[in-house]
Design a protein around this ligand. Structure first.
Ligand code: NAP
Length: 542
């Protein structure tokens, strides 16, 4: 970026999928803009999460941009579930195709973003000492980008190597001949454990909460299938946009309790054999809302774990008991099978908690394990974490962290704006469908909504847009009411903020479905951005 370009229409933070598309849209619309990105290349989540086995659990044909037909026709995914290097290649391909890099400043972190009411501009300080001002401040920081390495006594004394899955080194990590410990059995742990086990001399898995996981059944793509998908993509795109979670899913139309056990078993078996993210959870229409119905899916998966894992004691430790689907649904490749290997040991740290990391390994309440490497698959400070890494201050110098009381009082309007923070937009922010949808669908919808909004402001001589408190309180209440109708809020999960010590509990995702949500956002825009205060511009800033 040219050093003179310090006075921008919009600053975008982050060069992942959302930041890149935001940049493209705003530039196409003639706004001056720049992306600041901490990494040294594009990719966001897919730049940082390079751990072995990393894949996207949304089918590749749905996990791409849909805004450009040319782009859709130029890229071919090799497999049903794309692995991280292929997704990163795709993102680089997009950045090159649309010549995005010239407006991205890499290796640059946004430290502070303060709104100056007098000037109606955002003053942004970068970690290289540079200052930038912009009319609009747009966060494209992702929902899962603030890694969580739990505070464990003694980590600094550990003599071996240690890594977090969300900040994986760019160089190959060698497991061969090593005793590796993995802490955590969420999506990242379940993807990496089978791959690490194949290479390591010995793998010890430290599990706190056993997880439900079902087979992904990944396969290479058949060219004929892809041809058919291409031919029908417009229709598929509409289905994605109008669906509940951003992928076309055939949702069962009756309760799990309506079927006799044999029929239920038949349907669950068919879903298990078919594989995929939503297959099992969509078998019936009440698995996410009715505890008794949910129990039938739980028990089915537990029976599968008992079937796959040969050692009954190990199998017992792997049996989950929370409501199925209320932690992120996981699909795997040979996860439970991995516990049949001679070089894999499973430790239940719920029973015997980790007490400390020592110079030579991990000490639990029962035993000490010698390790050459520790892999933290311990997740993220989700949703608010990435935003709180910056000192964002709105009107009267109030920080976002203060306004949201560190996360417990998170309030947004549509997950895009928040009162007191004029001209700030959060792409896939808290209280939008975000992580409980196909992120690509939600990202495109938010980016297009925000760029349409900026065009509207420009066309109508408006200088300020700010969420009204009433509108955001209503939205917050609506989000909670929808979430409370489900079982999601009955489980301690990162969706609830429960994985971070001291973080207040609260469900921060809109569960009304991406189709409904899109309609709500479109209606707001059609009504002249109802729920937002719009103030005419004092100067022709845009
Ligand atoms: P996660 O789901 O939060 O899992 C973290 C794991 O670490 C859990 O098993 C947790 O146990 C454990 N843990 C955390 N702190 C611990 C401690 N102090 N001691 C022992 N165990 C501890 O994190 P993740 O696996 O990185 O996944 C996060 C999200 O990223 C996913 O839910 C998903 O949305 C996304 N993701 C997606 C993909 C994909 O395929 N698209 C792949 C990876 C990740 P508890 O359950 O007891 O807290």
């Amino acid at each position: 970026m040219a050093s003179t370009q310090l006075n921008l229409d919009a600053v975008i933070v982050g060069a992942g999928f959302s930041g890149l598309y935001m940049l493209h849209r705003l530039r196409e619309a003639g706004f001056s803009t720049c992306v600041f990105e901490a990494g040294d290349n594009v990719g966001g989540t897919w730049y940082w999460n390079r751990y072995p086995g990393a894949r996207c659990d949304v089918e590749s044909i749905y996990y791409n941009y849909t805004f450009s037909e040319e782009l859709l026709n130029e890229w071919t995914w090799s497999a049903k579930y794309a692995e991280q290097p292929e997704i990163l290649r795709y993102i680089n391909f997009v950045a090159d195709k649309f010549d995005l890099r010239r407006d991205i400043q890499f290796k640059t972190r946004v430290n502070t973003a303060h709104y100056d009411e007098e000037k109606n501009r955002w003053d942004i300080q970068l970690d290289n000492g540079q200052s930038v001002t912009a009319k609009f401040f747009i966060t494209a920081v992702g929902c899962l980008s603030a890694s969580n390495v739990p505070k464990m006594k003694g980590l600094e004394t550990f003599k071996g190597e240690w890594y977090h899955t969300g900040h994986w080194p760019h160089e190959k990590v060698e497991f061969k001949g090593k005793r590796v410990g993995v802490i955590g059995t969420g999506s990242s742990g379940i993807q990496s454990i089978p791959v690490i086990a194949q290479e390591a001399e010995h793998l010890t898995v430290f599990q706190r909460t056993p997880q439900y996981s079902s087979p992904a059944r990944n396969t290479a793509h058949d060219p004929e299938y892809l041809k058919e998908i291409r031919a029908n993509y417009n229709e598929i795109k509409t289905q994605m946009q109008q669906s509940a979670v951003g992928i076309p899913v055939v949702q069962g139309e009756r309760s799990a309790l309506e079927d006799p056990p044999e029929e239920r078993q038949r349907l669950f078996e068919a879903a298990w054999e078919k594989g995929g993210l939503m297959t099992l959870s969509s078998t019936y229409n009440d698995l996410s809302i009715n505890p008794e119905a949910n129990e039938t899916a739980q028990e089915f998966i537990r029976s599968k774990i008992r079937e796959v894992v040969k050692n009954p004691e190990v199998a017992e430790k792997l049996l989950p008991s929370f409501y199925y689907g209320t932690k992120r649904t996981i699909i795997d490749t040979n996860y439970f099978e991995t516990y049949n290997r001679d070089n894999v040991t499973l430790i239940d740290v719920r029973k015997a908690p980790i007490q400390e990391i020592t110079a030579s390994g991990i000490k639990t309440a029962e035993e000490e394990y010698d390790l050459d490497m520790i892999v933290f698959a311990t997740g993220f400070d989700a949703m608010t974490g990435p935003l709180f890494k910056m000192d964002i201050r709105g009107k009267d110098g109030v920080s976002l962290k203060e306004k949201w009381a560190g996360g417990s009082q998170t309030r947004t309007y549509l997950g895009i704006g928040t009162a007191g923070f004029p001209n700030m937009f959060m792409l896939t922010g808290p209280e939008s469908p975000s992580v409980l949808s196909n992120m690509m669908v939600s990202i495109e919808q938010h980016v297009e909504w925000v760029s349409d909004c900026l065009n509207y402001l420009r066309e109508n001589g408006l200088g300020v847009i700010e969420a009204n408190e009433d509108a955001e309180n209503n939205w917050n209440q609506h989000c909670r009411e929808v979430a409370d109708m489900t079982l999601f809020t009955k489980t301690d999960s990162w969706y609830m903020g429960a994985n971070i010590e001291g973080k207040a509990r609260g469900f921060q995702i809109y569960l009304g479905g991406v189709g409904t949500y899109r309609q709500i956002c479109d209606d707001v825009a059609d009504k002249g951005y109802e729920g937002f205060a719009l103030i005419p511009s004092k100067e022709p800033v845009l």
